[in-house]
Design a protein. Structure first.
Length: 198
């Protein structure tokens, strides 16, 4: 199996479903709409190769064999916290719908048979979200651990003085960290740092 590469115009999307025909049909639909989609019958198989070829979005069934969609989501997020996940199920429940978003970070919870328009919209939204997350991570990757702490507090709205008090630093040290953060992220002030974090 050849894993799709992320290309600017064709995002890698994986479809995980133990129903071979459905997974293949969803992947074909996504391919027709400009994505590089690949179906997987087994979430464990995808996990074994995922680090080599991460996706921007994963569409996964919830009810599968040994590893269900929620357990799979937990494991794939350990490898790639910036991937968007869309859950689908033939057995919808309110509890699972809530859990899929709140506990497992899913972007959407789709009922089978799938509404194609909603599926395509969810995947497009997921691809855009993942690209933003990857951009943020790339721009903040050069920050030191202390700069990351300062960054996180600044974008939460804390003043330099408040950040200094929270971290036990001098305000001058916080100002120095803030200047380094602005330089490393290519931003030109607090407003752009906040926008970057969002």
């Amino acid at each position: 199996m050849t894993l799709p590469a992320n290309q600017p115009d064709r995002a890698a999307v994986y479809v995980v479903d133990d129903d071979h025909d459905l997974g293949a049909a969803v992947a074909r639909l996504l391919c027709r709409h400009g994505h590089a989609a690949e179906p997987f019958l087994d979430p464990v198989m995808l996990l074994s190769v995922y680090a080599e070829a991460p996706a921007l979005c994963i569409v996964t069934d919830i009810m599968m064999g040994d590893l269900d969609g929620f357990g799979f989501a937990d494991r794939v997020r350990m490898i790639d916290p910036a991937v968007a996940i869309v859950f689908m199920t033939a057995w919808p429940t309110t509890a699972n719908a809530v859990d899929s978003v709140r506990r497992y970070g899913g972007l959407d919870y789709l009922e089978k048979p799938l509404d194609e328009t909603r599926l395509l919209s969810a995947v497009d939204e997921g691809v855009a979200w993942s690209r933003r997350q990857r951009s943020i991570r790339a721009r903040t990757a050069a920050l030191s651990a202390r700069e990351r702490q300062v960054f996180d507090l600044l974008v939460q709205g804390h003043s330099n003085k408040a950040v200094a008090d929270i971290l036990g630093l001098s305000p001058k040290t916080v100002e120095d960290h803030r200047a380094a953060i602005v330089a490393k992220t290519g931003t030109n002030g607090l407003a752009q740092l906040i926008a970057l974090a969002r």
